[in-house]
Design a binder for this molecule. Structure first.
Ligand code: AMP
Length: 176
């Protein structure tokens, strides 16, 4: 099932977006390429097949796209972790530092069942700040989080240091 697809060819690299010093890895090139998209979903499914999950959590916004097919395949609930102010029900929140400034993510309290094992999926892990906040938020809400899976990892930003307690799997990594 496309196990030998070269994912790098589907990821656009854009220098200087959104700031001059950033090399932006754009996943829209994956989404417009059905072979690439299927390869990603099949690969995440394979990498996480041995993990027992009661729910999949998706990080807004690009994480939604990759997490939803996995939740559907596994037959488990999909929990949306959203930016502040988007979820209408009772929420728990977590603020976290960005490179410049702060952000806040939220989850519906009732979506996280106490003791449920949650697999967290996002598009890209850079500093890991967003995913660290998501793991902490889901745990505060009562979930058990042992595993993260992302399409792209940027290990030169040292995200591994933030995740001594969680396994992080990626489909492809870049070192600059
Ligand atoms: P971080 O909290 O630093 O791990 O990054 C948060 C989010 O910012 C990631 O999930 C990406 O969606 C986005 N992001 C950060 N750096 C990049 C990059 N170099 N290329 C594309 N997206 C990025």
């Amino acid at each position: 099932m496309g196990a030998d697809f070269d994912l790098d060819t589907a990821i656009r690299k854009i220098k200087g977006f959104p700031r001059p010093e950033i090399l932006f890895y754009d996943v829209t090139g994956i989404l417009i390429n059905p072979t690439a998209f299927r390869f990603c979903i099949d690969s995440i499914a394979r990498l996480t097949s041995g993990i027992e999950v009661d729910a999949v959590a998706a990080i807004e916004a690009r994480g939604f796209v990759f997490a939803a097919p996995i939740a559907e395949r596994r037959g488990v609930p999909l929990i949306l972790v959203r930016k502040k102010g988007k979820l209408p029900g009772k929420t728990l929140s977590r603020r976290f530092q960005l490179e410049y400034g702060e952000d806040e993510i939220q989850v519906h309290v009732e979506d996280v069942k106490p003791g449920s094992r949650i697999l967290v999926i996002d598009d890209l892990i850079a500093t890991g700040g967003t995913l660290r906040a998501a793991v902490d938020l889901l745990r505060e809400a009562g979930g058990v989080v042992t595993d993260l899976c992302c399409i792209i990892g940027l290990p030169f930003l040292s995200y591994e240091e933030l995740f001594r307690d969680v396994r992080v799997q990626t489909l492809i990594t870049y070192n600059h």
